[in-house]
Design a protein around this ligand. Structure first.
Ligand code: AMP
Length: 399
């Protein structure tokens, strides 16, 4: 069996696959690690069990996951050795990691070096790998990087027009995130269209609490909306998206804010939450907008406008567009956002069928209108499966 691990700052998500990846045998989340109200949700088939317990740290979270997997009542394995490989999600691989790798000392060193770029995320990912190595000695660990898929973005698209030495000497560039999702979804979209991915230009709209718009040409990421940190590009749940950096100087020098305050504004108090004043959750913002809340309506309008602009920019950057693909929480579930976005993109040959748009999640991924020149698809993302696939491939190659 193959286990995937996704360690966030306060959560650990796991999924256990059969050795051929045909079946998800169990999955779960350990939440509120290091906070009050910790719990684990463990799922096997249709059954879910919740265990409520304080979880001090990632080590305690791993212990709880193993208790669940080995439990005589809700467990699915009888000994850890049944797990033949473990795949881990890592947020930042810098320019060092262009693809998934089997973990060794050098990889761990590289991961630690990348922590300066993702100080909130990489240390948790590292803690997860170290704990897996301790609990499963001799079992191969594979690490899959969110940034790796975007390492194909050409220099003219990833460099910032800053003094060049700053870029070359200090690793300052556009890295991009959600690469594992974009890689999975772009291949799935090509499969749905029944065309080779090498022949397609696609814009992938990963619209979740975090948002990435990705230009994928010939199966490679050629531009991506998030940059060096994780708050630029599109407005997100609580992150600002693009704004003029002169505002940061103004906030610090004229309004007297500290850099920590400005950082908290950019990452935690902006986006849908900042504009609406109500919520970072698109569903709540849409509902309040429909009920007449003007600031929520503004948040929806900004989101939709910026998204249309980004799609248009990437269609131009690729000199054409074959498919527009929606994924993640908003992209998969909000027929309203899809309709609003697509209704302004007729100029690109995008047109959707509103009846198909309403039933997109029920096995109707292609929501294009009959006369559309560009296919519009709704494709559920599955980062865990991508991690499991890389883990299986790399460990088979090594065997
Ligand atoms: P994710 O980060 O992929 O889990 O996506 C979370 C986002 O998806 C939140 O903003 C949710 O409000 C949003 N979302 C989920 N379902 C819907 C829906 N039916 N309509 C609008 N937004 C939704």
């Amino acid at each position: 069996m193959i286990l995937t691990i996704n360690c966030g700052s306060s959560s650990l998500k796991y999924q256990l696959y059969s050795a051929d990846l045909a079946e998800v045998i169990a999955s779960g989340i350990i939440a509120k690690i290091g906070e009050a109200g910790g719990y684990a949700d463990h799922k096997v088939d249709d059954g879910k069990t919740r265990i409520v317990r304080d979880i001090a740290d990632h080590q305690a979270a791993f212990t709880l996951m193993m208790e669940n997997l080995l439990s005589p009542d809700i467990g699915v394995i009888t000994e850890p050795a049944q797990i033949i490989a473990i795949g881990h999600r890592a947020v930042h691989g810098g320019s060092t990691f262009v693809e998934s790798v089997i973990v060794d000392d050098q990889v761990m060193e590289g991961l630690r070096a990348c922590s300066t770029f993702a100080p909130l995320h990489n240390p948790c990912n590292i803690a997860g790998i170290e704990e897996a190595m301790r609990l499963f000695p001799g079992t191969p660990n594979v690490v899959v990087f969110d940034t790796a898929f975007h390492q194909t973005v050409p220099q003219h698209a990833h460099v910032y027009a800053l003094p060049y030495e700053l870029c070359t000497d200090h690793g300052i560039r556009r890295y991009g995130f959600h690469g594992t999702s974009c890689r999975y979804v772009s291949q799935a979209a090509a499969d749905i269209l029944g065309r080779p991915i090498e022949a397609l230009s696609m814009v992938i709209c990963h619209l979740g609490n975090g948002v990435t718009i990705d230009a994928v040409k010939g199966g490679q990421s050629v531009d991506t909306s998030i940059g060096f940190g994780t708050f630029c590009g599109m407005p997100m749940g609580t992150r600002a998206g693009d704004f003029d950096p002169a505002i940061i100087f103004h906030l610090v020098k004229t309004l007297g804010m500290s850099l920590d305050e400005v950082e908290a504004i950019c990452y935690k108090k902006s986006g849908l939450l900042g504009l609406s004043g109500l919520s970072n959750d698109m569903r709540e913002v849409c509902e309040a907008a429909a009920a007449g809340n003007k600031r929520c309506q503004l948040a929806v309008d900004v989101f939709v406008y910026q998204l249309r602009k980004q799609i248009g920019a990437y269609a131009a950057a690729m000199n054409g567009l074959d498919a527009l693909v929606f994924t993640a929480g908003i992209g998969e579930n909000s027929a309203e956002i899809r309709k609003l976005v697509c209704s302004g993109l007729g100029v690109l040959g995008i047109a959707i069928d509103e009846d198909l748009n309403q039933i997109a999640r029920n096995g109707h991924p292609d929501i294009s209108a009959a006369d559309a020149r560009v296919a519009t698809l709704v494709v559920p993302t599955d980062e865990e499966r991508m991690i499991a696939t890389d883990t299986l491939q790399l460990t088979m190659q090594r065997a």
